[in-house]
Each structure stands twice: as C-alpha cells, then as structure tokens.
Design a protein around this ligand. Structure first.
Ligand code: A3P
Length: 296
C-alpha cells in the first residue's frame, strides 16, 4: 500500500449527530445505500476495542486455522472497512466490496443506527466487540497520536473530556456500546468483550466458532489461539499495520500493537481524572446493565 498525496488530519463532520471523518461524511449516501449479501459477516466495534484481533480470529476460523491462507494479504484487504474512503491508504471499502464475491467479512466502526439497513434486513451475522471505556480511551489516545489522518488528540488531560463528550471520530463510546447491546437479541448479534478475550482466549475463540457454525478439532483451535496472541500478532506483518506506510501511521510515536492489556488505564489516569470520569460514566450508563470490567 502506498501513501497517497500529502498527509492531512481529516476534520470531523457530523452525520446524524455522529462525528465522522470528512471523507466518510462526504460519501455518506453511497455508504448507507450499501447492500450486503445475507452470507456476509459484519465485525463492528468502537475504534480500538479489539477489532483487528477479532478479525484475525474470524479469518483463521473460516480458513480452518490455515496460517498461510491468512497471510494472503494485509487485514485491510482481506476484510473491507465498510465506510473508509481513500485518501488514507486503506483501500476504500465499497471499492473492495465491488470486486469481492460474497461471503465477505466486513469491518465497521459505525454506530448501530448508522449501519446500512441491509445488514439487518438480510439478517447478516454480526460480531460486536466492546472494551471497557477507560482502556478504550487510552488506546484511542495513543492511536490518534500516531495515525496522522485522525484529528489531533491534543494533550492527555484534554483528551479525556473529548472522549466523554463523544467528540472523537465515530462519536460517543457510550452510545456505541449501548446501541448494539440494545439490539443484540433482536438482530442475533454476538456481543463480545475484550476483557473476556484476554481472560480466556480459547473460550472466546470457541464462542466465535460456534456462532460461525463451525466445529474445528482441538489442536486447530489451540493453534488459532496461539496465532492470535498479542505477541504473535505484533510480529505478524499482515495484521500489525506496518503495511500502512509512514507518515500515515507513525509507529515510532506509538506502535499499532501497543500493549494489548486490560487495566493500562491505571498507568494513565490520575486519581482525580478517574473520579471525574467515573462520576460521569455512572450518569451516561445509567440504566444499562452491560457487564464491563476495568480490571481482570
Ligand atoms: P492497546 O492500544 O491497548 O495496546 P483495534 O484493532 O480495534 O484498533 O484495537 C487495537 C487494540 O487492540 C490495541 O490496544 C492493540 O494492542 C490491541 N490488540 C490487537 N491485537 C491484540 C491481541 N492479539 N491481543 C490483545 N490485544 C490486542
């Protein structure tokens, strides 16, 4: 993949109240008109919740643990990113989808209400991955530092309120996780947690396998768990985003495969920042019973 033209951090434009990068907002009509095939699978997340990890697990499961097949191309080519329109050197989702026959695995960060209706009409299988707010925020902060297409994160202490107010690309984390949670039963969405995947990766890989309607032998499952460990993925050039050239992703600022832990927020939030965040969290999440864990 090559960097196209000069680098710019894209401004955000609201689409139905959700701030999206301008190249997405400017192409909104064609994105929302996308018609998936009933056999297509959607992987939906708020940015930095464990998308890439889940994508690689799914690709390995669908290919019976065949490592070579899963090395066929960078993850952004294997699985179109629905709403992305180049300029960033991630290929445009809709262009890739035009070339690729179903069944496809499609990535999105869109909030539930912005996902093209065809996915629900066609009853497409959907995997949603959620990560606790504080770790998700920390991961997004470091990503915004190194991804030079995303808006400037600014200093850490001013980033926290931006997250709390839903002013980052793809909008409010709170609305995002609640939106899919509310719809999970009606739309047969498999709702996963990053913390569960860290705690017991094998259990979660098996859960995904069953959802996909597959049954693989124990040794293949073990191999998939190994190939999708943080360490293995950090070294795998097809998933570690080193295929995105400088200066678009400047991994010398912060690597894409940064830390891969639960509870790294403890190393970032001061006690006071944590207190303010928690107090607001209680308000924003009031009445929802999503079992998030900030430590395991
Ligand atoms: P950190 O920044 O906390 O390290 P996404 O793929 O949605 O952009 O999410 C990226 C986050 O998931 C990063 O979190 C990254 O390190 C983490 N991650 C990626 N692969 C992982 C794996 N195999 N195990 C644990 N965490 C992983």
């Amino acid at each position: 993949l090559e960097a196209g033209g000069s680098m710019s951090r894209f401004p955000l434009i609201p689409v139905q109240g959700v701030p999206l990068m301008n190249h997405i907002a400017n192409n909104w009509d064609s994105i929302s008109a996308f018609e998936p095939h009933p056999s297509d699978l959607l992987i939906a997340t708020y940015p930095k919740a464990g998308t890439t990890w889940t994508q690689e697990i799914v690709d390995l499961l669908l290919n019976d643990g065949d490592q070579e097949v899963c090395h066929r191309a960078p993850i952004v080519v294997r699985m179109p990113f629905l709403e992305i329109f180049s300029p960033p050197p991630v290929p445009s989702g809709l262009d890739l989808l035009k070339e690729m026959p179903p069944p496809r695995v499609i990535k999105t960060h869109l909030a539930f209400q912005l996902v093209p209706q065809g996915f629900w009409k066609n009853k497409c299988k959907t995997i949603y991955v959620a990560r606790n707010a504080k770790d998700n925020l920390v991961s997004y902060f470091h990503f915004d530092r190194m991804n030079l297409t995303q808006p400037e994160p600014g200093p850490w202490d001013s980033y926290i309120p931006k997250f709390m107010e839903g002013k980052l690309a793809w909008g409010s984390w709170y609305d995002h996780v609640k939106g899919y949670w509310k719809e999970r039963e009606k739309n047969n969405i498999l709702y996963l947690f990053y913390e569960d995947m860290k705690e017991n990766p094998r259990r979660e890989v098996e859960r995904i396998m069953r959802y996909l309607g597959k049954s693989l032998p124990d040794d293949v499952i073990s191999r998939i768990v190994e190939l999708t460990s943080f360490k293995a993925m950090k070294e795998n050039p097809m998933v570690n985003y080193t295929f995105i050239p400088m200066p678009v992703f400047d991994q010398s600022i912060s690597p894409f495969m940064r830390k891969g832990e639960v509870g790294d927020w403890n190393n970032h939030f001061t006690q006071e920042q944590s207190r303010v965040f928690d107090e607001d969290y209680e308000k924003q999440m009031k009445g929802s019973n999503i079992p998030f864990r900030t430590n395991i």
